[in-house]
Design a protein around this ligand. Structure first.
Ligand SMILES: [Zn+2]
Length: 306
């Protein structure tokens, strides 16, 4: 995948059908663009893994990663596992963002994307037809064993995820695999949540998922319920994960208040000089981390339940 593939993401998604993925139109966006689900893997599975991306349409990496993962799974042994993905949750806003992006696609340009609405925070309401379509899809599954909503972060002091689920061992196993992956490339896993929304670290870089109510009390909004809460309540999966893969890492922002991190990113977006050194995380590393998050839970489930 290249940044440029954002311009043909729907085409790349549809192409996976040729290699065995099953694609369904699950609904239409407000501007009548199709919203697709893609299914791959064993048709008579022991475990069902579901991932959605693009609930915040400016966070483009999760969407690239999920389309890329379909191709990878199409050529892999997925015995006993079935994957269902919604790679582009908000096609209208993704299209607006992609239109804004001129080449070459750079970090400041990605930070400047503006078309965003909070499908995650209003997932359980009837505000957005996109959320209704995804909810209806989720309701067709007899079970969900692992669930992911893929988000990304701007430049951050390090890497972090939000996790939940009824299997602590599964969370431990995923955290361990991610840590192993981060070590050689020296990507720091954060000890505490830089957004201060989550109060508890289960493992380095792995925080409990803040509820919509907790998020509202931190910024005074009126979110009603996230996809994570929806799935947790209905399916009680072994694992629930939210990625927050950063576009870049600035270790000097370690322990900085969120306002400082935000102003750093704002400065960078405006292409002005930033006063601290930072390192871009290349796209393939960001995608690999997301793939590892999604695949690690499946590997755990297969080993655990024979
Ligand atoms: Zn997000």
């Amino acid at each position: 995948m290249k940044w440029n593939d954002l311009k043909q993401l729907e085409g790349l998604l549809l192409e996976t059908e040729k290699h065995g993925a099953i694609i369904k139109e699950i609904g239409r966006s407000l501007q009548q663009q199709p919203i697709y689900s893609v299914s791959v893997g064993d048709k008579n599975p022991d475990h069902t893994i579901v991932a959605i991306a693009g609930m915040h349409a400016t966070e483009v990496v999760g969407q690239l990663a999920l389309v890329d993962l379909i191709s990878k799974l199409n050529s892999e042994n997925t015995k006993r596992l079935r994957y269902h993905f919604v790679p582009i949750a908000d096609p209208d806003f993704l299209a607006e963002n992609v239109q804004q992006l001129s080449e070459p696609i750079t970090l400041p340009k990605l930070l400047s994307l503006k078309s965003i609405r909070d499908l995650e925070g209003y997932f359980t309401s009837n505000r957005y037809p996109e959320c209704e379509a995804i909810r209806q899809l989720l309701e067709t599954f007899p079970r969900i064993d692992a669930f992911f909503s893929l988000h990304t972060a701007p430049v951050a002091p390090g890497l972090f995820f939000y996790v939940a689920g009824k299997s602590n061992d599964c969370i431990a196993s995923v955290a361990d695999r991610i840590a192993t992956m981060c070590q050689p490339s020296q990507i720091p896993l954060l000890e505490k949540d830089p957004t201060v929304q989550s109060q508890k670290a289960l493992f380095p870089g792995f925080f409990t998922i803040p509820t919509a109510a907790e998020m509202n009390s931190s910024d005074d909004r009126d979110r009603c319920g996230t996809s994570l809460e929806f799935v947790a309540k209905k399916f009680q999966p072994s694992f629930i994960g939210v990625s927050e893969i950063p576009l870049g890492i600035c270790t000097r922002l370690h322990n900085a208040p969120i306002e400082k991190i935000e102003s750093f990113n704002k400065q960078l977006a405006q292409n002005a000089k930033v006063d601290l050194p930072y390192q871009e995380l290349d796209l393939s590393t960001q995608i690999d981390l997301i793939h590892e998050l999604v695949l690690a839970s499946g590997k755990y489930l297969l080993k655990q339940y024979r």
